[in-house]
Design a protein around this ligand. Structure first.
Ligand SMILES: Nc1ncnc2c1ncn2[C@@H]1O[C@H](COP(=O)(O)OP(=O)(O)O)[C@@H](O)[C@H]1O
Ligand SMILES: [Mg+2]
Length: 247
């Protein structure tokens, strides 16, 4: 991945929105991925502890570019989630390697979720620690998170969230970090941030499912609607896990 000096300079100019936030290798991966797919990075959407989200453009279509930070990420926490995942056995304790796995996992999980008919961004490409997916929002303006809005029809949104959750479990995946912070409201609720997602065989699956249900019920119980009993809902979905894992 050697870039001619001039091209590199131009590219740094182009990516001035993120200069300083990424290490050299991340910048090169980003550059390569954007170039290969004829995309441009447009603006900073959100800077989190573990990732930075940019908006991007390709053929007048907006995309979201999620860059996993190799510097300040919560490394210990990340490896904990990956250790129990049978899909990722050979884990070296190397920060960059783990961060790349984290990215790969979000890509795979988003694919599973999309194939299951869950409302979530379509994952488009990934390379190392950079993931590109559909943009949820309008003209480069990201849709609000559920936590930031007061939905007009909370009952309807709640039903859709539960239906997405059920589809996920029935198709072998637990989101693992589901809450009003990781759902965008763009006419309907869209699940995002699948990097904590685990398959049903993961020993953490039941515990994470319970937490997901609790978080969702906690948010919707603030509205004047009937919220399903957390324990009953959990038991129902946990049965799906058991049946699937035994099969
Ligand atoms: N596909 C997307 N389309 C639009 N905005 C997005 C998309 N993915 C993430 N975002 C924005 O970036 C924020 C952080 O993304 P998220 O995947 O939750 O990362 P983190 O791990 O930092 O929580 C979201 O709350 C949302 O505002
Ligand atoms: Mg998030």
């Amino acid at each position: 991945m050697v870039l001619k000096r001039k091209r590199k300079r131009e590219y740094y100019k182009e990516l001035k929105i993120v200069r300083g936030a990424f290490d050299e290798r991340t910048l090169l991966v980003l550059y390569r991925l954007l170039n290969k797919n004829k995309m441009s990075a447009e603006s900073l959407i959100k800077e989190g502890k573990e990732s930075i989200i940019l908006s991007g453009l390709t053929n007048k279509k907006w995309v979201a570019i999620k860059v996993y930070c190799t510097k300040a990420c919560n490394f210990k926490n990340m490896s904990k989630y990956l250790v129990g995942d049978p899909r990722f056995q050979r884990i070296k304790k190397k920060r960059r390697f783990i961060v790349n796995l984290w990215c790969q996992r979000e890509f795979k999980n988003l694919k599973i979720a999309r194939n299951a008919g869950v409302d979530c961004p379509e994952p488009l490409f990934f390379e190392e620690n950079v993931l590109i997916m559909d943009f949820i929002g309008n003209n480069g303006l990201a849709a609000p998170r559920l936590i930031d809005v007061k939905p007009d029809k909370p009952e309807e949104i709640y039903k859709k969230v539960l239906s997405n959750l059920k589809k996920l479990v029935e198709n072998g995946l637990i989101h693992g970090d589901l809450s009003a912070y990781n759902i965008l409201l763009h006419k309907k609720p869209y699940f995002i941030d699948f990097s904590h997602g685990v398959t049903l065989k993961n020993p953490l699956a039941p515990e994470l499912l319970k937490r997901d249900i609790k978080n969702i019920n906690y948010y919707f119980s603030k509205f004047d609607i009937t919220v399903k009993d957390t324990e009953k809902l959990y038991k129902k979905l946990e049965r799906v896990i058991r049946e699937k894992v035994i099969k």
